[in-house]
Design a protein around this ligand. Structure first.
Ligand SMILES: NC(=O)c1ccc[n+]([C@@H]2O[C@H](COP(=O)([O-])OP(=O)(O)OC[C@H]3O[C@@H](n4cnc5c(N)ncnc54)[C@H](OP(=O)(O)O)[C@@H]3O)[C@@H](O)[C@H]2O)c1
Length: 320
């Protein structure tokens, strides 16, 4: 039986022809299923990851499907700010090239959908060349860099969707320690990065609302526990094979079901004006108290810009 995210999300009759979508981390797992769904709905999908062979397979699958969807792969390592800047440049070029000035319904013009999904759970402690703890850099800092770099290139009613997690509960972001790997715990680093995804979404939504004249929205979601993605690949030895086994158990979420809320937030009419929210199973969910802390959200935004040595994106009008 067909088990597509767009069916689960109830948006299988939507048509995205003329729209451009970037799905980061779409060479496998939840991102791959999201990219395939947006392609089936007719979008031009920019497939991203580091693995060019896997990216090529996703592009071929989109283009082989019986519909109008098209795709192309862009490689970028999210541990490297230069790669992220190059992905933003490539996205800008692709979206602009697809801009059709004669399109009367205004569908074309800019990036319509940005799904910040690339990321993972990383067992070993590293600092990136920027001197930032690897999990925080890949899971939060690079999505922050990419999104803010692309702000001017977003369509009038673009949607930014970020794959967060229920793992965000129970940790505080200690911004003093993101440049250290002393006492590293992979789980705590993962929790911190996912809390950052929620705080980033809330701050982005607020700044867009207050300081941007367009109708761009930003939301994030928990995909469920999806062991059949590549998520467990970094577990030691035999444990990394666990994913394929537990994926068959009835209570775990498949990558396609995990992608349903991403597709819902990216496409569904009923959430066209929702912004700054956290979803699970296509329903809003209350985030943890630290995730809702406005002071922490603002501090994360400012610290992220400082770490990347860029001007603060979407500053208040008096600072601009
Ligand atoms: N699986 C779960 O249970 C679960 C639960 C909650 C949230 N999530 C979140 O869901 C998202 C997707 O994870 P998944 O479960 O689908 O795992 P996955 O199958 O391992 O997919 C991860 C994707 O991220 C990309 N990626 C990883 N590190 C990267 C890097 N340094 N630079 C660029 N791309 C990178 C991978 O591409 P390449 O390999 O080609 O680089 C791949 O496409 C993550 O943000 C994860 O935190 C997962």
């Amino acid at each position: 039986m067909r088990n597509y995210p767009e069916d689960v999300a109830g948006v299988d009759d939507e048509r995205l022809v003329g729209q451009t979508a970037l799905v980061t981390g779409s060479t496998s797992g939840i991102g791959r299923e999201t990219a395939l769904a947006l392609g089936r709905l007719g979008a031009h999908v920019i497939v991203h990851g580091r693995d060019a062979e896997a990216g090529g397979e996703v592009v071929d699958t989109v283009e082989d499907a019986v519909n109008e969807g098209t795709a192309e792969f862009v490689r970028a390592d999210f541990a490297d700010p230069d790669d992220v800047a190059a992905l933003a440049d490539a996205t800008r070029t692709i979206a602009a090239a697809r801009d059709d000035p004669d399109d009367a319904d205004g569908d074309a013009g800019g990036l319509d959908i940005l799904v910040n999904n690339a990321g993972g759970y990383f067992r070993d402690a590293h600092l990136t060349d920027l001197g930032v703890e690897y999990t925080f850099h890949v899971n939060h800092l690079s999505p922050f860099q990419l999104t803010t770099d692309l702000l001017d290139d977003l369509a009038e009613d673009a949607r930014v969707v970020t794959t967060a997690s229920e793992a965000h509960r129970g940790d505080q972001i200690d911004l003093e320690s993101v440049e250290s790997i002393d006492g590293y715990s992979a789980w705590r680093a993962y929790q911190r990065s996912k809390l950052a995804n929620l705080q980033f979404t809330a701050e982005l939504a607020r700044r867009l609302e207050e300081r941007d004249d367009r109708s761009v929205t930003a939301n994030c979601f928990h995909p469920g526990f999806v062991p059949g993605s590549g998520f467990l690949r970094d577990l030691p030895g035999p444990l990394s094979a666990l994913g394929g086994v537990v994926d068959r158990l009835p209570f775990v979420t498949t990558p396609a079901d995990g992608a349903a809320t991403a597709v819902y937030l990216a496409v569904a009419d009923e959430v066209a004006t929702d912004s700054g929210r956290y979803y699970a199973d296509m329903r809003p969910k209350q985030p943890s108290t630290p995730a809702r802390d406005r002071h922490a959200q603002r501090r994360l935004w400012e610290t992220s810009a400082d770490l990347l040595e860029i001007d603060e994106p979407l500053p208040s009008r008096s600072e601009a």
